[in-house]
Design a protein around this ligand. Structure first.
Ligand SMILES: Nc1ncnc2c1ncn2[C@@H]1O[C@H](COP(=O)(O)OP(=O)(O)OP(=O)(O)O)[C@@H](O)[C@H]1O
Ligand SMILES: [Mg+2]
Length: 504
C-alpha cells in the first residue's frame, strides 16, 4: 500500500491522557489508513479503550492532536458529531438501551419520521431494521426487546447499529468477546467486505488468531506507550504477544502439566432436567475435583442449563442432586452450599461499578470477614488482596473504584470475587472472554488448583483450545439436548467442533 497523505484517514500526534495524575497514554503517535483493518492490541489496562474514547470525544485528551479526514478534532464532542463525521463505534461496554426493541436501538436518535412531522414512523423503523438484519444475515427479530436477548445477540445488535451508519471509520472494541465461532466468522466476512469498500476499521481484540487473520497493520500498546507498529508481513501471534507483555510467553506457560486427581465421589448429579423451550432431558454427573466442559453453539442451551442448576431460572421437570441429596435449586441455597457462579454477562450481573475492588470482592464473602455482625476491614483487605493476586488485577490497590478499571480488569474482579470463596462447585461461563493472553494462564492455574482441592467445576467456553485444555470430560449440547459426551482427556478441538455443529 502506498502512503500518500491522502491515504490517511486518522492521524494522532503526541496524544496524552492521564487520570488524577496517572498517565495512561503517553505521547502516542498513530495513524489509520483508508480501507485498512488496523488492530490495536495490548494487555488489560494498556490504554486501548482510552484511545478509542479520545478519538470519539467521550474522554478529552490532555495533550496532542487527532486529525480525522484532514481536520483536527476538538477535544471533546457529542456522539451526534462523531456520527456526522462518519465514525461508528462499538464500545467495549455495550451501549444499548434496555426496555427498547432491537429496531429502536439500531435507529436511536436517527429514527425515520412520518412525512415532515417530528413523529417517529414506527412501521418504517421496523422494516428498515428488518432490511438491514436481512442484508447481514443476523439471527435477530427487530421487535424483540433488548432485555430478552442473550449477551451474544445484544452484541450483534450493537454491531448492526454501527453498520447501519455508513461510516468512513468503524471502531470495534472487542466485538467478538461474547460471540461464538459462527457469529465471529460472520463478522469477519463483513469486516473484509467493508475494507473492500474503502472503510477503515480500528479493531481491538485479545484473540490473537483474529488479529492475525484480519489485520493490515497492528499498533501495540504497553502500559500506555506505543511499543510497535507492525506491517502485514511482520505480524505473527508470537511477535505480537511478546511485544504486548514485554517477554516471550514460553511454551511451558502454555503446556503446564497438571496432575489431576479426580475422586470417584459425585458432588452433583442432574437427571432428566427440562426447562420449557430451553432444554430437555439433560443428565450428567460431576465428581469432586473434576472439570466438566460444556460445549455448544449459540442457542444450544449451555448458559440456560447452568443458570437453572444455580437457581436463577426455573426447571420444569427433572432433578438435581447435591452430594447425593435431591435439592430444589434457589440462588440462596446455592450460595450456602458453596456454589460459585461466574456469569457470562459479568457487567450486568456481577459487579458494583461505584464501589472499590475490595468491597466488590468481599460482596459475596460476608461469612468470611464479618464477626458477630461487625465488618472486619483487615479481613476484607486480606481477602481482596489474595483475589487481586490470583487473577492479577491491575492496579493492585484494593481501594481502586471498579468503574475506573479497564474492561478486562473489571472482568477479573468478578472472577476474583468467586475464586476467593470456599467453594464446593464452581460454575464458570466464558472465564477468559476479554482477558489478555498473559492473564489467561493465571486464570487457568487458579481453576486447575481449585479442582485439585476437590472443587467440581462446570466450565462453559466457546474458546475451544481453552475448553479442551482444561476439561477432564466434555459434554456437547445442541438445540437444548445433550448429543455427545467425550470422556477422555485427549479430546481434540476438531472433535468438539464437529459435534457442536452436528457433523458427528
Ligand atoms: N475513568 C477513569 N478513571 C481513572 N482511571 C481510568 C479511567 N478509565 C480508565 N482508567 C485507567 O486507564 C488505564 C487504561 O485503561 P483502558 O480501559 O484504556 O485499558 P484497555 O487497554 O482498554 O484494557 P482492557 O483490555 O482490559 O479493556 C487503566 O489503568 C485504567 O485503570
Ligand atoms: Mg478496553
Amino acid at each position: 500500500m502506498s502512503t500518500n497523505t491522502n491515504d490517511i484517514l486518522v492521524q494522532g500526534k503526541h496524544v496524552t491522557k492521564s487520570y488524577h495524575g496517572n498517565v495512561v497514554l503517553e505521547d502516542i503517535e498513530f495513524d489509520i489508513r483508508r480501507g485498512e483493518v488496523h488492530s490495536l492490541v495490548g494487555e488489560n489496562g494498556a490504554g486501548k479503550s482510552t484511545l478509542v474514547k479520545i478519538i470519539t470525544g467521550v474522554t478529552p485528551r490532555n495533550n496532542g492532536e487527532v486529525d480525522f479526514d484532514g481536520h483536527e478534532l476538538p477535544i471533546d464532542f457529542p456522539r451526534t458529531f462523531v456520527e456526522k463525521l462518519g465514525i461508528a463505534v462499538i464500545f467495549q461496554e455495550l451501549s444499548l438501551i434496555p426496555g427498547l426493541t432491537v429496531a429502536q436501538n439500531i435507529f436511536l436518535g436517527r429514527e425515520p419520521k412520518l412525512g415532515k412531522t417530528r413523529l417517529i414512523d414506527k412501521k418504517k423503523m421496523v422494516t428498515d431494521a428488518e432490511a438491514i438484519i436481512k442484508k447481514y444475515n443476523f439471527p435477530l427479530d427487530p421487535k424483540a426487546e433488548i432485555d430478552s436477548l442473550s449477551i451474544g445477540k445484544r452484541q450483534l445488535v450493537e454491531i448492526l447499529k454501527a453498520l447501519s451508519m455508513d461510516s468512513k471509520l468503524m471502531i470495534m472494541d472487542e466485538p467478538t468477546a461474547s460471540l461464538n465461532l459462527k457469529e465471529s466468522k460472520l463478522l469477519f466476512d463483513i469486516i473484509k467486505n467493508l475494507r473492500e469498500e474503502g472503510v477503515s476499521i480500528l479493531y481491538i481484540s485479545h484473540r490473537m488468531e483474529e488479529v492475525f487473520e484480519l489485520s493490515d497493520r497492528v499498533t501495540v500498546l504497553r502500559d500506555g506507550q506505543k511499543v510497535a507498529l507492525l506491517d502485514r508481513e511482520e505480524i505473527s501471534p508470537e511477535r505480537i504477544i511478546s511485544l504486548m507483555i514485554g517477554r516471550d510467553l514460553s511454551v511451558s506457560d502454555y503446556e503446564e502439566s497438571v496432575l489431576k486427581t479426580v475422586s470417584g465421589d459425585t458432588i452433583l448429579e442432574v437427571k432428566k432436567l427440562c426447562s420449557e423451550k430451553k432444554f430437555s432431558d439433560i443428565s450428567f454427573s460431576l465428581n469432586k475435583g473434576e472439570i466438566l466442559g460444556i460445549s455448544g453453539l449459540v442457542g444450544s442451551g449451555r448458559t440456560e442449563i447452568v443458570r437453572a442448576i444455580y437457581g436463577v431460572d426455573p426447571i420444569t421437570s427433572g432433578s438435581v442432586l447435591f452430594d447425593g441429596k435431591e435439592i430444589t435449586p434457589t440462588v440462596k441455597q446455592s450460595i450456602s452450599l458453596g456454589f460459585g457462579f461466574v456469569p457470562e454477562d459479568r457487567r450486568q450481573q456481577g459487579v458494583f461499578m461505584q464501589l472499590p475492588i475490595n468491597k466488590n470482592i468481599c460482596s459475596t464473602n460476608f461469612d468470611r470477614y464479618t464477626r458477630m455482625g461487625f465488618v472486619n476491614e483487615k479481613g476484607e483487605d486480606a481477602i481482596a488482596e489474595s483475589g487481586i493476586n490470583m487473577v492479577s488485577i491491575k492496579p493492585k490497590d484494593p481501594n481502586y473504584i471498579v468503574g475506573n478499571l479497564s474492561g478486562g480488569n473489571q472482568q477479573k474482579v468478578v472472577l476474583a470475587k468467586w475464586l476467593v470463596r470456599d467453594l464446593s462447585i464452581l460454575i464458570i461461563d466464558e472465564p477468559t472472554a476479554g482477558i489478555d493472553v498473559g492473564a489467561k494462564d493465571e486464570i487457568y492455574s487458579v481453576i486447575n488448583n481449585l479442582a485439585r482441592k476437590g472443587v467440581g467445576v462446570l466450565l462453559i467456553s466457546s474458546d475451544l483450545p481453552e475448553l479442551t485444555r482444561l476439561s477432564d470430560r466434555i459434554i456437547v449440547l445442541r438445540e437444548g439436548k445433550m448429543i455427545k459426551e467425550f470422556k477422555d482427556q485427549s479430546i481434540t478441538e476438531e472433535e468438539v467442533l464437529r459435534a457442536s455443529s452436528g457433523l458427528i
